[in-house]
Design a protein around this ligand. Structure first.
Ligand SMILES: C=C(OP(=O)(O)O)C(=O)O
Ligand SMILES: [Mg+2]
Length: 403
């Protein structure tokens, strides 16, 4: 057992060019781990609190670092994370910031893996982990809060359900991204990229559905396995609470109409995945939609559950959704994120480990997905901060399979 000997915190840049918190954890035996906090744009109302990075660092230095250095064993992740919570003293990390907390939590896990010489997924998941790999959900067209004047639905995601390996799946998603580019060019539609590297054309969602269907079919024919697609509607971002309606580019929908609309889309396009189809407070709307289409598709709660076991427990009770998005920075520590995965799995909910729209080159979530045996990971399709995770998954797969 080796103690945390030093924690260094600094500000670095994320993929949007915003400052974020990076942590180095050093151990008495010379182990080293480094991790950086990601950051959301379409953040849920019930997420743990991200502070301005300089405030988060100052507060963590004052409250958390003295409780960890020389006092906590780095390999005891639960104790590291409990200590972060105790140092913070609030329910939502509003004292030291979820950005400081998650950076330290993840960096400690890497330092512990370094000490043992085990890969991070094995340190987190146990010696017998590493047999199962997640299917990557690849964001190829998007808008919402991630790009101005693009689709109303935030993300159109390729889902390579038939891929024989992670590597094939990652390459397939990149090929769908490229195919969408070619289809847009054929139609003379200009498109820049959104925050996660997805194409962000100024088109109606209807057209994006057509493009996704065509692109996934074309690439599926090429690669010889099934590729479906799915959505992150980010319903909370389009819900107008005063008028109680969902606001699209050209139209609005009541909650009943929204449920009907999404259910019809699941039928028409055989969607494999629908995230946040409804507002973050609408457990009953989620339950109604899950009742309708939950046997055919994943109905995933992101802003609804915010990686929080209490909110997930409420959802389980009501039959809201059948899947949960797991973002460590939404809740603040790796222990909390793993608790959410475990509660989900015990209750038949499929966990999807996820990046944020603001990311760094950190690869912790790739290891977390393998460590927990999560069936899915959402971490983009292209772009350096996205491929950092995707390429890490390919490396893990190669290591494990001795390819
Ligand atoms: C990754 C997402 O975006 P953000 O990080 O902006 O919340 C999401 O909504 O699932
Ligand atoms: Mg989401």
């Amino acid at each position: 057992m080796t103690l945390v000997s030093e924690i260094r915190l600094r500000q670095v840049l994320d993929s949007r060019g915003n400052r974020t918190v990076e942590a180095d954890v050093v151990t008495e035996s010379g182990g080293f781990g480094r991790a950086a906090a990601p950051s959301g744009a379409s953040t849920g109302e019930y997420e743990a609190i991200e502070l301005d990075p300089s405030e988060a660092i100052a507060s963590a230095r004052e409250h958390a670092v003295p409780r960890l250095e020389g006092k906590v064993f780095v390999g005891d992740q639960r104790d590291v994370d409990r200590t972060l919570r105790a140092a913070d003293g609030t329910d939502d990390f509003s004292e030291i910031g979820a950005n400081s907390a998650v950076a330290i939590s993840m960096a400690a896990s890497k330092a512990a893996a370094d000490v043992t010489g085990a890969p991070l997924y094995q340190h987190l998941g146990g010696a017998f982990r590493g047999e199962e790999f997640p299917t990557p959900l690849g964001n190829v067209i998007g808008g919402g809060e991630h790009a101005a004047d693009a689709t109303a639905i935030q993300e159109f995601l390729a889902v390579p359900v038939g891929a024989p390996s992670v590597q094939d799946a990652v390459f397939a998603n990149a090929a769908v991204h490229q195919e969408v580019h070619d289809l847009l060019a054929e139609r003379d539609i200009a498109a820049g990229k959104g925050d996660e590297g997805a194409w962000a054309p100024s088109i109606e969602d209807d057209e994006a559905f057509e493009l996704m269907a065509e692109a996934t079919d074309a690439v599926a024919d090429e690669v010889g396995f099934d590729i479906k697609f799915g959505l992150d509607v980010a319903g909370a971002e389009m819900y107008d609470e005063d008028d109680e309606e969902y606001v699209y580019r050209e139209t609005t929908r009541s909650t009943d109409e929204q449920i009907e609309y999404i259910a019809d889309l699941v039928e028409e396009y055989e969607l494999a995945y629908v995230e946040d189809p409804l507002d973050e407070d609408d457990y009953s709307g989620f339950a109604e939609l899950t009742e309708k289409v939950g046997d055919r598709t994943l109905v995933c709660g992101d802003d609804l559950f915010v990686t929080n076991v209490e909110r997930l427990a409420t959802g389980i009770e009501q039959g809201a959704g059948n899947s949960i998005l797991v973002k460590p920075n939404q809740i603040g520590t790796l222990s909390d994120a793993v608790d959410a995965v475990e509660l989900a799995v015990e209750n038949g909910y499929e966990p999807v480990i996820s990046h944020r729209s603001g990311e760094t080159e950190d690869t912790t979530i790739a290891h977390l997905a393998v460590a927990t045996g999560a069936p899915y990971i959402k971490t983009g399709a292209v772009g350096g901060e996205r491929t950092a995770k995707l390429n890490e998954l390919i490396r893990i797969e190669q290591n494990v399979s001795r390819l």
